[in-house]
Design a protein around this ligand. Sequence first.
Ligand code: DGP
Length: 113
Amino acid sequence: MDTCLFCKIIAGEIPSACVYQDEKTFAFRDISPMAPTHVLVVPKQHVTGMDGIDELDDATLAACLRTCKRVAEMEKLTGGFRTISNCGPDAAQSVRHLHFHVLGGKQLSEKLD
Ligand code: DGP
């Protein structure tokens, strides 16, 4: 999608700190990290968010979750990690391209809101 920030990052038109990519997914460091490890995992195919996943085939959706796990392993998050996907205004989603935050490397808050 021409105007999507994360599509531009995937295409390399905007620089990012990529930590992993494969045929279906792209993982890069969040520009405003909220933990020692804060990586965003996105499908290369543009969909708006969790509300758009019916446009993805199951293999792509599964690949996103597998990439989250792979990133946690690469980052050595042996104590655990959190995976979050914000969807829509009530969840404060700011970039309308499906993404999973992978957070870890410290004791995270019990609060999710
Ligand atoms: P969300 O609020 O769930 O839509 O998360 C969007 C995240 O995207 C937010 O944590 C900050 C990150 N972000 C926004 N713009 C950029 C950018 O240009 N580069 C990178 N690496 N991350 C970005």
